[in-house]
Design a protein around this ligand. Structure first.
Ligand code: OGA
Ligand code: MN
Length: 224
């Protein structure tokens, strides 16, 4: 096994903060979720935010539920716009690089067998929301851990747009997360229903998912 190098750094960024990854792993092990303000390296948050601002409006698509043939635009459930993160930009590469360090750490610490990662930028304009949902369904999907990162400076509760994470289907109160610049959220995808409350300001974030490999001989998933 390759040792995680304590001083390894993402190009142009400060050394990877292993103590942060340890806290995230500990949170997930204890409670199934982790909410960490000021977690993302500042250089990374600002380059992702700037990149997101530069993506042309026509690259953002109204978010749908499901993929491929099952794609279904459903305004009742969500009204945000998304654009998948790729390796084509420096910001995208730096994000995926940072995430790969987190992936390796979680696999070593929690034996999760995380195999791949997919993520998209999200933009919620004033009035946009994402109703209560799960990111994965037990025994069906292979999304194991959901990750959300925020790029909104000076956000307060009055701006709305909070992420609310519920313990289970019966939980009415939930835990509110202000989508403030640098905050990172991680949670077990099958365990926690969650929603995004209607926002009053433009709200920028990345949502992503670590997947396990469910490939069988006849079907490769995620697609090769
Ligand atoms: C999602 C999601 C939460 C957020 O995209 O599936 O739940 O706070 N996003 O943006
Ligand atoms: Mn979600």
């Amino acid at each position: 096994m390759v040792a995680l190098n304590n001083t390894s750094s993402v190009r142009g960024l400060s050394p990877i903060d292993q103590s942060l990854f340890a806290l995230i792993a500990q949170d997930i092990e204890k409670r199934g979720f982790s909410i960490r303000p000021a977690a993302l390296p500042e250089v990374l948050t600002s380059s992702l935010f700037e990149h997101q601002q530069l993506i042309e409006a026509d690259k953002f698509k109204h978010a749908g539920i499901g993929r491929g043939d099952t794609y279904l635009k459903n305004e009742f459930v969500r009204t945000d716009e998304i654009c998948w993160v790729t390796n084509d930009s420096q910001a995208g590469r730096d994000w995926l690089d940072w995430i790969s360090h987190l992936q390796r750490f979680l696999n070593r610490r929690l034996y999760l067998g995380l195999f791949s990662f997919e993520s998209h930028f999200s933009h919620y304009g004033p009035g946009d929301y994402y109703k209560r949902h799960y990111d994965a369904f037990r025994g069906e999907a292979n999304r194991v851990i959901s990750i959300v990162a925020y790029f909104n400076s000076g956000w307060t509760q009055a701006d709305g747009g909070e992420l609310v994470i519920y313990k289970d289907d019966d939980d009415k109160d939930g835990i509110n997360v202000v989508p403030l610049l640098g905050t990172l959220v991680a949670f077990l995808s099958e365990e926690f229903p969650h929603e995004v409350l209607s926002t009053k300001r433009d709200r920028y974030s990345i949502a992503g998912w670590f997947r396990v490999n469910t490939s069988v001989t006849v079907k490769a998933d995620p697609p090769l």
